[in-house]
Ligand binder design. Structure first.
Ligand code: TMP
Length: 309
C-alpha cells in the first residue's frame, strides 16, 4: 500500500493491506467509499473486464489464454491464419505511436477478419467445448467468492469483453461448475445453425477500443436498443438505476466500460499484471486502486465486505 493510511483513517481498510495494492489519492478513495456506503447496496453494480481481469495473467509460469487465444477450430489452417493475424495486429494494438483513430480502424479490421475466419473455418460449438477443456485459463483466486457474495446481495455483475461471449460462458460453465443469476455477459455473441456450425455474429462488433460505445448501448432505454444485442438484455433499465459502479479492469481503456451510465460514484480497480515499471504511473493516476503482480481478487472481496458487511 503506497501512502499513509493512518493520515486519513484508512487503517481499517483490509483490502489495502496486501503489499501489492497502490492508491494514488487516498482522500478521494475514502470519499468514494463513504458515498457508496451511504447510498446502499441497491445502488451498486459491478462491471468487469474478463481476460486478465477475472482470469489470471500467469498460470504455472505460462501466460493464461484469452477467450480468443484458447480457441482451436479443429481446422489447423484456420488456427494458423488467426495466429498470423494476432502476430500482425497485437503489437499494433499496444503501439504508442499509432493515433487512436488509426488504431480503431486497425482493430475493426482485425476483429472483422478474425470473425470471418471463424465462420469460414467452420467453427462448431463442440470445438468450443473441447478448446475450453484443454485451455490454459483460470479465474483469479477470490473470483468465485466475489461472485457468490454479489449474488447473495443481489448485486448485478456485467462481464464486458471484446472477446467471445460463447467462450466466456463455456469457461464459466466448466471452471465454476455452477451458474450465477446476477451475471450478464456483454461480448461478441455467435449464431449457430441447427448443425451446431457458426454462421454469423450478433449485433455490432465489440473490439478493444470501442467498449465505451457499447456501454452507451447497454445503458440506453429498452425501446432504443436493438433487442438482445451482444447479450444486453431487458434488465438494462434496472441496471441504469444502479448509479454506483465498482469497475474492474486490466487496461486503462477498460475505464470506458462505464461511459454512458451516468454514474454517481465509481470506484475503479486496475490489475497491473506486467510491465509494472513503465505502466505504474499511468495506472495509479487512472484507477482508484491498483493491484500489482497478477494479484488475487481477495482484496476486492474484502472491499465489498467492508462496504456492506
Ligand atoms: P479485451 O481485454 O478487451 O477482452 O480484449 C480482447 C483481446 O483479444 C485483445 O487484447 C486482442 C485479443 N484478440 C485475440 O487474441 N485474437 C483475435 O483474433 C482477436 C480479434 C482479438
Amino acid at each position: 500500500f503506497c501512502g499513509n493510511p493512518n493520515v486519513i483513517g484508512m487503517e481499517e481498510q483490509g483490502f489495502l493491506q496486501a503489499s501489492e495494492a497502490v492508491v494514488a489519492d487516498t482522500d478521494l478513495l475514502k470519499k468514494k467509499l463513504e458515498a457508496m456506503r451511504l447510498s446502499g447496496l441497491q445502488k451498486l453494480q459491478v462491471i468487469a473486464d474478463f481476460d486478465a481481469t477475472l482470469t489470471r495473467y500467469w498460470i504455472d509460469g505460462r501466460r493464461g489464454q484469452t477467450s480468443h487465444g484458447l480457441l482451436k477450430q479443429g481446422n489447423p489452417d484456420y488456427d494458423d491464419k488467426r495466429e498470423e493475424l494476432y502476430k500482425y495486429y497485437h503489437p499494433l494494438e499496444y503501439s504508442p505511436t499509432i493515433s487512436i483513430e488509426e488504431k480503431t480502424k486497425l482493430m475493426e479490421e482485425w476483429w472483422g477478419k478474425s470473425h470471418s475466419l471463424l465462420i469460414e473455418g467452420g467453427l462448431t460449438f463442440d470445438a468450443i467445448k473441447q478448446s475450453v477443456a484443454s485451455a490454459t485459463i483460470a479465474f483469479r483466486e477470490g473470483v468465485v467468492e466475489l461472485f457468490e457474495l454479489l449474488e447473495e446481495r443481489d448485486v448485478p455483475v456485467l462481464i464486458f469483453s471484446a472477446g467471445l461471449a460463447d467462450i466466456i460462458e463455456e469457461v464459466l460453465r466448466q471452471k465454476l461448475h455452477r451458474s450465477f443469476k446476477n451475471i450478464r455477459i456483454v461480448s461478441n455473441r455467435m449464431v449457430f445453425d441447427d448443425n451446431g456450425c457458426l454462421v454469423s455474429f450478433k449485433g455490432k462488433t465489440i473490439h478493444s477500443l470501442n467498449k465505451n460505445e457499447h456501454a452507451l448501448d447497454m445503458a440506453a432505454p429498452l425501446h432504443d436498443q436493438l433487442g438482445d444485442v451482444n447479450g444486453a438484455t431487458n434488465d438494462s433499465a434496472s441496471v441504469r438505476k444502479r448509479t454506483n459502479v465498482l469497475l474492474l479492469g486490466d487496461h486503462i481503456g477498460d475505464l470506458g466500460m462505464s461511459d454512458g451510465l451516468n454514474y454517481d460514484t465509481r470506484i475503479s480497480v486496475g490489475f497491473l499484471n506486467d510491465n509494472i515499471e513503465n505502466s505504474l504511473d499511468s495506472y495509479r493516476n487512472a484507477f482508484d486502486i491498483v493491484y500489482l503482480n497478477d494479484a488475487s481478487m481477495l482484496g476486492v472481496v474484502k472491499l465489498v465486505h467492508q462496504l456492506f458487511p
